[in-house]
Design a binder for this molecule. Structure first.
Ligand code: PMP
Length: 302
């Protein structure tokens, strides 16, 4: 595969950093995750909400003293060029990575050591199950005041990895984080929605979670296209146990229905009707089947 790194198009094997790199030693960087979907006629690949992803990366860069190689338009074009250079004609995941690429010893945020990388890989499902069993993690979500969660910081994924390890070891598919204050935050790489009495709820991005693009997308699709009621508010742990339905969402997870929380079955134990509706509509949108949502898609080949 071809990878972009600091103005060069390199073979994957040549896109490397030193073992001394601050990004590697101290987790000093941030990243994104962008999906492209193969169209139904298999002639086009639609990149989903590229603009929003690059804007979020721009915000992360600002917070973490990092520099992107250009404005939103220029960085978006690099994503598209990566797919063209790799002759991508399948579902794909792109990973833009912005790091402090200095080999100095102390952890200092120095904008002049910014390195920008984008690589890609084929991706169908990130969570390979139709409905999942989740647990509340004993690990708490890292606080925005400690490591700013909205930046998608490389270092904070140790927090995610610890929670996932614990979940897997205990026979669950995914972990749900609470904040230090005990409110529902997010999954290891997904946002959370529950449905109670026909109303959709999701915690705000001030609960130490990422400012999610799929989450914002689903709020719009649910309220504007499907006529559902939505409320953004803090959620308590035990509200998850008594939800009629629950699902996780994210660029990787897309819309992933939850079957049980801490071994308590939700609703009648299957995938709920509202979740199914949202999931189907989301898939229609990302595959270009919904005309008025086409402005969220950037064609790679057209
Ligand atoms: N939370 C975390 C910690 C994540 O890594 C992700 C994946 N990017 C999400 C939520 C979902 O966010 P998005 O919909 O923007 O991909």
């Amino acid at each position: 595969m071809v990878t972009y790194m600091d103005g060069k198009w390199l073979d994957d094997a040549d896109a490397t950093v030193s073992v001394r790199c601050r990004a590697l030693n101290y987790g000093m960087g941030c990243f994104g995750g962008v999906r492209g979907y193969l169209s139904d006629d298999e002639k086009e690949v639609f990149v989903f909400r590229l603009d929003a992803h690059v804007r979020r990366l721009q915000h992360s860069a600002k917070i973490l003293h990092l520099r992107l190689p250009g404005d939103v338009d220029e960085v978006s074009k690099l994503h598209l060029e990566l797919l063209r250079r790799n002759d991508v004609h399948h579902d794909v995941y792109m990973r833009p990575l912005l790091i402090h690429n200095s080999n100095e010893l102390a952890p200092v945020l120095d904008i002049d050591s910014s390195s920008f990388i984008i690589y890609c890989m084929p991706l169908k499902r990130y969570i390979d199950k139709d409905a999942i069993d989740v647990c509340i993690s004993s690990w708490r979500r890292v606080r925005d005041n400690a490591i700013p969660s909205r930046t998608k910081p490389t270092g904070a994924y140790l927090n995610s990895a610890l929670a996932r390890r614990e979940a897997f070891d205990n026979g669950f598919d995914e972990a749900i984080f609470l904040t230090e204050g005990g409110k529902v935050s997010e999954g290891s790489a997904e946002h959370i929605f529950i449905i109670r009495d026909g109303v959709l709820f999701s915690p705000p991005s001030t609960e130490d979670n990422l400012d999610g693009i799929t989450r914002r997308t689903l709020i719009q699709l649910a309220t504007e296209d499907l006529g559902l009621k939505f409320e953004e508010r803090s959620l308590g742990r035990s509200e998850l146990y008594v939800a009629d339905e629950m699902f996780l969402c994210g660029t990787g997870a897309q819309v992933t229905p939850v079957r049980t929380v801490d071994r308590r079955p939700l609703g009648d134990g299957g995938v709920g009707e509202t979740t199914k509706k949202i999931q189907t509509h989301f898939q229609d949108v990302v595959h270009g089947r919904v005309e008025h949502r086409r402005n969220w898609l950037t064609p790679v080949w057209g």
